[in-house]
Unconditional design. Sequence first.
Length: 183
Amino acid sequence: LESLGFNNVVRLDFAKEYNLINTNLVISLLKSGDFRDDSGIYFSYGNFTGLFDVDSNMINFNKVPKVDLYASSFAGGASGYPIMFDNYNSKEKIKIINKKKNFIKSQNLKMIKRINPKFFLPYAGFFKEKLSRDKTVYNMNIKNSIKDYLNFCHKNNIQLLDVDANDEFIFSNKNLIPCLIEE
């Protein structure tokens, strides 16, 4: 980074707590447990805690803290597999797509259950196959929606923060300010 003109670059180590000067904000980077170059971020601000991850399999080697807010990907399907592979027929492709979709959702639900947050924010997964060459992928690539998590969250007393309904969520201590909640 320094060779690109970024001077005084601070490198953060995994699993070490960093306190932002003159604030109550503490952050810690958590490594993906499958040794890929993915990570998540744990933070606390006063007594409010959160964990954000996206594609981090087994975040922090599945040693996850209990947090108030858990934010993660939700959709799945960020791949041309199996749609772009000629060695599968349409029926096989649909079977694989549904299996991948259900697997992503089940992994997310396991993590949500492990963490047991007060709030779940599905925030990563809004990509679209927009190019005309990707029309086949767009038509076949079925993804999870935010609403696919609603029943699970309701049954487990977790508030689903739907970014399709609201693009901003404001908290006071551990509470979501009610005027911004839409069901």
